[in-house]
Design a binder for this molecule. Structure first.
Ligand SMILES: [Zn+2]
Length: 293
């Protein structure tokens, strides 16, 4: 997970931009009447997010139907989660699209902050708009994401502290090592990625990182990338093995690759991979020969 700065657009600004060009006066009045409701919902979300306790937010309080808004002027959850978000924010040339793009393009190098691998293509609602409709166009609830991360998460939302996935605007987990890998000996050789919690983490922090890892299927994703990477390096290792003290050379070559990847990102799958390979006696002494083509 990669951290991101806050989007720098308030919930009110975003909501007013999205409803800005509604022509039908009755419809416009209904949306305008909900502005404070949206603003209050966003404030409650931000307060909870700063405490990393988004699980305490009650879905009913984020639905206009259940929140006690005056009936004649009341918008519905569908007005917010479908009509407003889909038609007036994410749709090309819609009034809120400039804010949508600003958030989408904020991820460095266009890399998805949730998986740290694939390319950002969309926005993911941290709390799903189908459940928390008042947060449908709230910038702090919108995270740049790749299509896969957006799809696998679906309407998952936390019901306890440990069920919260990591939130790139609020969580900071990049300064300690927590991603590790181990070699699976056999033919073909394989690897397994896992969360190795540092001692300073609380039990709920550990649960959250494991939850993030599992919801976004990161063990499978990283292994999927690691195996072809290992295969592409096999011929280099075969050549190294032929020289005097070849095994030692292989070990230091792999360790150097680990060091270089870990300097760039302490929890990169490449860093974890090369560290595991360089410390596997089995792999360095010839286990790499058993890699699948
Ligand atoms: Zn992703």
């Amino acid at each position: 997970m990669r951290p991101l700065p806050h989007p720098g657009v308030s919930a009110r600004e975003s909501y007013l931009a999205c409803i800005g060009k509604i022509r039908d006066p009755e419809k416009k009045k209904r949306y305008e009447a909900a502005t404070d409701f949206i603003d209050n919902a966003a404030s409650r979300f931000e307060t909870a997010a700063r405490q990393l306790r988004m699980d305490v937010l009650i879905p009913e309080e984020f639905r206009p139907e259940d929140a006690g808004l005056e009936v004649p002027l009341r918008i519905t959850s569908d007005d917010l989660s479908v009509k407003l978000y889909k038609q007036r924010m994410s749709h090309k040339d819609s009034p809120g699209r400039v804010i949508y793009d600003r958030i989408r393009l904020a991820a460095p190098h266009g890399i998805c902050p949730l998986c740290s691998v694939r390319q950002v293509k969309t926005l993911d609602h941290y709390l799903p708009r189908s459940v928390y409709s008042a947060l449908s166009v709230t910038p702090l609830n919108l995270i740049p994401a790749c299509l896969d991360c957006n799809t696998v998460k679906l309407d998952v939302h936390p019901k306890s502290e440990g069920e919260q996935t990591l939130h790139p605007y609020f969580d900071r987990v990049t300064d300690v090592r927590w991603l590790r890998c181990e070699v699976v000996e056999g033919a073909p050789a394989g690897v397994r990625f896992f969360v190795d919690e540092p001692p300073e983490w609380t039990a709920s922090m550990t649960q959250r990182v494991r939850r993030h890892f599992s919801v976004f299927q990161l063990a499978e994703l990283y292994a999927h990338h690691a195996v072809p990477e290992m295969s592409s390096n096999r011929s280099t290792l075969q050549m190294m093995k032929k020289v005097k003290r070849g095994e030692e050379l292989i070990r230091s070559h792999l360790a150097e690759q680990a060091r270089s990847a870990l300097v760039a990102d302490l929890n990169s799958w490449q860093g974890a991979l090369y560290e595991a390979l360089s410390s596997s006696e089995w792999y360095c002494s010839g286990g790499f020969e058993s890699l699948a083509n």
